[in-house]
Design a protein around this ligand. Structure first.
Ligand code: C2O
Ligand code: CU
Length: 492
């Protein structure tokens, strides 16, 4: 088998199957022996809308008895789930207790550019950042993570990821499962490569174009920081807030018995009605809320399959095989509360009309090798171009100027491989994707979309951003973002 190291020095013709065959030597962990860790819930309103986060390092044993060095937000790894109510102003206090610079970006939260935590908003070691976040958007599952240019990927890989729940009261009147940690669970899915001593280490050679394009992927899936955990849940409907917080990997989620489950929300909030599916692709930074019916009382595994969107790299499952792997197990147990009724309607997203757009723009996502050398082969070492419309990211350049309160049509074209495209400070609707109208679960408000070939988005610009603190738009494969697949816009 080809190891990733050999791959990194080799040619593209060799990469088809062995990319992540480098085994970490951790041995197979006894599956489903660790309870699913549930992050601490911070209900902002219950503490006077003042929330403190300490960005810190810690130790966390992914593998029993082998603690690893990690980073977290007020926790050894990951961070709390912060619930914020629509209409509130939340005073955040973010202390950087690490010995390097970071930022905290509220991914999906609609706040002005100067509170967005982008690459300009550095929090130096020992410093504290105090943004006041005005919460004014529909109920949704969001997240937060670092965004310093050239160190985002490593910091997230080492553990810096937290979740935000925006609550606007609709959960209650829709009768949805909403008891945090019982029938309403955060499910943060990531892949990691572990060393034999159980440690993780961010390992990306950014001088190697192939390695950059492939991104950092691992052979072991962690859910809320645990390898193959189990969760006891009530024998009824359970709501899972799925977040793909991987650096590069798309997950293909399904249940081991192929049961139908229901997508109720995407990045920006509820869909108009539950969408029944048997399998769900979730790309880096996307969120979906799903309802799963466990009323049959049978334990079932959540699985992920081969990443179908690997471009020249082919189709590879996280463990290097071409099959599905179980990433956690659900065990129905007699606990209350139990919600049994699947709602028929949710929240109709506002009607949007492309005719209202004041501008159309096209963004070509370049991931150089594939763009310039289709098929790779002997020219695999050609100069790397990773950028948007031929330009790599420049923190001093404003790429686009938008007008507050307007909508625009953005056409996104991926070259070479699928890219999860994300826009800060705005939500969009997918008008078309790969030449067709979006599937029902992609038809609501979103902030990230996986574009394999081409998508047209109707973007609503409702938050201001200045030259000093512009909004980013970028590919959420973190190695692409850092190599330059990012740009910035202002809005006034
Ligand atoms: Cu998840 Cu630029 O962000
Ligand atoms: Cu990309």
């Amino acid at each position: 088998m080809l190891t990733r190291r050999q791959f990194a020095g080799g040619s593209v013709a060799l990469v088809s199957s062995g990319l992540i065959a480098e085994r970490s030597g951790i041995g197979e962990p006894a599956p489903f022996s660790t309870p699913l860790p549930i992050p601490q819930l911070i209900d902002a309103a219950k503490q006077g809308n003042a929330v403190k986060l300490k960005v810190t390092s810690g130790r966390h044993a992914f593998i029993k008895g082998k603690p690893a060095r990690t980073y977290g937000y007020s926790a050894p790894i990951l961070g709390p789930v912060v619930r914020m109510r629509r209409g509130d102003e939340v005073e955040m206090t973010v202390e950087n207790a690490l010995n390097f610079v970071t930022t905290v970006h509220w991914h999906g939260l609609l706040v002005p550019g100067n509170n967005d935590g982008g690459p300009q908003q550095l929090i130096h070691p020992g410093d504290t950042w105090r943004p006041v976040l005005t919460i004014d958007q529909a109920a949704a599952t969001l997240w937060f993570h670092p965004h310093p240019h050239h160190d985002t990927a490593r910091q997230i890989y080492m553990g810096l990821t937290g979740m935000i729940i925006v609550d606007d009261g609709s959960d209650a009147w829709l009768g949805l499962p909403r008891t945090f940690g019982i029938d309403d669970l955060p499910i943060i899915v990531q892949d990691r490569m572990f060393n034999s001593d159980g440690s993780i280490e961010y390992d990306n050679d950014d001088t190697n174009p192939l390695e950059v394009i492939y991104g950092v992927r691992g052979d072991t899936i962690i859910v809320n920081g645990a390898v193959a955990p189990f969760a006891k849940i009530p024998p009824g409907l359970v709501r899972l807030r799925l977040l793909n917080a991987a650096n590069a990997q798309n997950f293909e989620l399904r249940f081991s018995d192929k049961r139908t489950f229901y997508v109720i929300a995407s990045d920006g909030g509820f869909l108009s009605a539950p969408v029944p599916v048997k399998q769900l692709t979730i790309s880096p930074a996307e969120r979906f809320e799903i309802l799963v019916d466990f009323a049959d009382g049978k334990p079932v595994a959540l699985e992920t399959g081969p990443d179908e969107e690997m471009g020249v790299f082919g189709r590879v499952a996280p463990d290097g095989s071409a099959d599905f792997v179980a990433i956690m197990r659900f065990e129905p147990t007699a606990i209350t509360p139990t919600v049994n009724e699947l709602p028929t309607r949710l929240v109709e997203p506002a009607a949007v009309s492309p005719a209202s757009a004041v501008q159309s723009r096209q963004f070509i996502l370049n991931s150089g090798l594939c763009a310039s050398r289709p098929g790779g082969g002997e020219h695999a070492n050609s100069p790397l171009l990773i950028g948007i419309n031929g330009k790599p990211y420049d923190i001093g350049r404003i790429d686009v100027e938008t007008k507050l309160g307007t909508t625009e049509v953005w056409e996104i074209v991926s070259l070479g491989m699928a890219h999860p495209f994300h826009i800060h400070g705005a939500l969009f609707r997918v008008l078309s994707i790969e030449g067709a109208p979006p599937a029902a679960h992609l038809a609501g408000w979103k902030d990230t979309v996986l574009v394999e070939d081409k998508a047209q988005l109707l973007v609503a610009f409702n938050r201001p951003a200045t030259r000093e603190h512009p909004f980013m738009y970028h590919c959420h494969i973190l190695e692409h973002e850092e190599a330059g697949l990012m740009a910035q816009y202002i809005c006034a």
